[in-house]
Structure formats: structure tokens, C-alpha cells
Design a protein around this ligand. Structure first.
Ligand code: ISE
Length: 329
């Protein structure tokens, strides 16, 4: 039984604790830490009596904790991931690995110095049955050589407290990862276009259109709109030389009311990606190693920062990733 310690019991930490307790085999939530001790105690209780730690570093080094899940705020990921590497424990870090390239680089350096891959990054869409099907269709050659990926990523409202660039570094970063993963190729050029901003977005450029060009010339266009109000909606269409494959959410719940025959949308990502989160956690607990690596986390943040620069300068940016460190070959 793998004893998991969770740092951060907010929206994602609590959800991971619930899935680990109810839907994942071979794991138990053994410890939790949160800046808010009441919130930590609630999650500990719901997880069947996990120990509440008063200090995240004590949780990481404790002999009764085998593996660490980091679900604290984005800007604190680095320090906890580094401490887990030092303690020699596997760590699943919520995306983004860290919001800056510098912080991600320090993590790569630490993991390379340790000489063993301990870090997984929570790009859960890689485990979503819809995206997995899309990749399978592509690999089987059913749509021919891929040319274009169209993506839509809409949230009803931005997560409170996140800075403006988080539209890219926290939300669109999923599509940056999915584009690399689906095409199995690096993104080499980006541009970002901001139409007139929604009046409901508090002044942030929102929505935004990202254009991503890959090494062999495929293009992904991403609409990211984090204050779209009507519901959580993630879609994609992959266009190949002889066909297309479309991802339009999980099996729909059909809702008929007020003279309308429609589909119910969730209010956030947890129901939409519930199965992806479950599969991701099971894979991590089993040590199967199919999750995004620290290198993938680094690459996504590297491209995200180029997108932020593209938005700020209004010019397209070349993206030139450094060579892949040996540990990730
Ligand atoms: C959030 O942090 C997530 O990871 C969701 O999957 C994403 O859709 C949302 O935009 C992010 O803020």
C-alpha cells in the first residue's frame, strides 16, 4: 500500500484525496498539509483519518509517507518538488510544474543530479479517454498525416487570485502539452492574438487565440476563454490529410427543458476530466510511468513563456528548447 502525502488541500488536493480514497487501488492518503488547518482536517477526515501535518517539509521527509502529491498554488510547486527529490520520494506535481522557466530548470537540474526520475506532472488530459482515442486514431493512420489541431478551452470564470498571464501559464498550458503529446513534436514558433476582451474578465486579455507551429510545420490554433460564463467546455479537432477526429467532451448528458433539447455542461474541469484524473493517479500509484515528466513540464512552461512574450509584444516568437537532458532520453 503506497502511503501518499498531499500538500495543498484546496480544490485539486481535495479532489485527488477523494479519488485516491475511493477509486484508486493500492494507495492510502496518509498525510495532508494545507496553510488552512481546518481545510486540511476536513480532507484528512474524509480520507479516513490521514495525519494532519503542521509543516509541509515534515510531511515530505516523514517515514510514514512514501510518495508526495503537490497541489498547492502554482508558485509554491518548485520548493515542494525540490524537497521531494532531496528526500528521494516520487512526487506528482499538479500542472504547471512551475510558472517560470527558471524554476522548471532548477527542478530538471535537481532531478538530473539525483540521477533518477521521481517527478511526474499532472497533465491529466494525456489520460482522458477522448484524447487517448484521438492519439490512437492518428497512430493507426486512420486520418492520414496530421496537419492542423483546432482547440477550444473555455471556463465559466477565471480561478480567483491568478495573475493575468495565468490564462496562458495555467489554462492554455494544457493545450501546449497536448499539442506536443499528440504530434510527438516540439513547438517551434508561437503567436498570440487577443480580440476585444470580454467585459466580464476584470481587465485581463480574455479570450485569446494562440497559434502554435511545430517543427515539421503542423499548426495548432487554441482559443482559450476563461470567463466564458456558460459552462466548462473543452473541444478539439485533429485534421489529417484524409479525415478528421473530433473530441467533444465525455458522453453527453442530454437535458431537455424550457423547450430546449441540449447537453448539460459541467461548471469546472473536475467532472469533465474525472476519469482522466483517476487513470492518472492509478498510473502514478502503480509506478507505470506514463505521466508527463519534469522535461514535459519544463517544455510546456518554456512554450507558455514564449506565448506570454508574444502577447505582450504583439510579435511571433521563435521557440528554441535546449537539448533534452540525458535523464529524459
Ligand atoms: C485549471 O487549473 C485546470 O487545470 C483546468 O483543467 C483548466 O481547464 C483551467 O483553465 C485551469 O485554471
Amino acid at each position: 500500500m503506497k502511503r501518499v502525502g498531499i500538500i495543498g488541500t484546496g480544490i485539486m488536493g481535495a479532489d485527488h484525496a477523494r479519488l485516491l480514497t475511493t477509486s484508486v487501488s493500492g494507495a492510502v492518503v496518509a498525510g495532508v498539509f494545507d496553510l488552512d488547518p481546518v481545510r486540511a482536517a476536513e480532507v484528512a477526515m474524509a480520507s479516513g483519518g490521514a495525519r494532519v501535518f503542521g509543516n509541509p517539509y515534515e510531511l515530505i521527509v516523514d517515514d510514514d509517507i512514501d510518495a508526495v502529491l503537490v497541489a498547492s498554488s502554482d508558485d509554491t510547486h518548485e520548493e515542494y518538488v525540490q524537497a521531494a527529490i532531496t528526500a528521494g520520494k516520487p512526487v506528482l506535481c499538479e500542472k504547471p510544474l512551475a510558472p517560470t522557466v527558471e524554476a522548471c530548470t532548477r527542478i530538471l537540474d535537481a532531478e538530473s543530479a539525483a540521477g533518477v526520475r521521481l517527478v511526474s506532472v499532472g497533465f491529466m488530459r494525456r489520460f482522458d479517454p477522448g484524447y487517448a482515442q484521438m492519439k490512437r486514431v492518428l497512430q493507426l493512420g486512420e486520418i492520414g498525416a496530421p496537419l492542423i489541431l483546432h482547440c477550444v478551452h473555455r471556463n465559466p470564470a477565471a480561478v480567483p487570485g491568478l495573475p493575468g498571464p495565468a490564462v496562458i501559464t495555467n489554462s492554455a498550458v494544457h493545450e501546449l502539452d497536448i499539442t506536443r503529446w499528440l504530434f510527438d513534436e516540439e513547438i517551434v514558433e508561437v503567436s498570440v492574438h487577443a480580440p476585444r476582451a470580454t467585459s466580464l474578465g476584470g481587465g485581463t486579455p480574455d479570450p485569446q487565440i494562440l497559434l502554435l507551429r511545430t517543427a515539421s510545420g503542423m499548426v495548432a490554433d487554441v482559443e482559450v476563454f476563461v470567463n466564458a460564463r456558460y459552462g466548462y467546455d473543452v473541444r478539439a479537432e485533429l485534421v489529417g490529410e484524409v479525415g478528421t477526429v473530433t473530441l467533444d467532451g465525455p458522453p453527453p448528458t442530454v437535458l431537455r427543458r424550457a423547450g430546449v433539447d441540449g447537453r448539460a455542461l459541467p461548471s469546472d474541469w473536475r467532472p469533465r476530466f474525472a476519469e482522466a484524473y483517476r487513470l492518472e493517479l492509478q498510473d502514478w500509484v502503480d509506478g507505470a510511468g506514463n505521466a508527463a515528466s519534469a522535461w514535459d513540464g519544463f517544455a510546456a512552461t518554456f512554450v507558455a513563456q514564449a506565448c506570454v512574450r508574444a502577447l505582450e509584444t504583439g510579435t511571433s516568437q521563435q521557440v528554441s528548447l535546449p537539448p533534452v537532458p540525458k535523464l529524459y532520453h
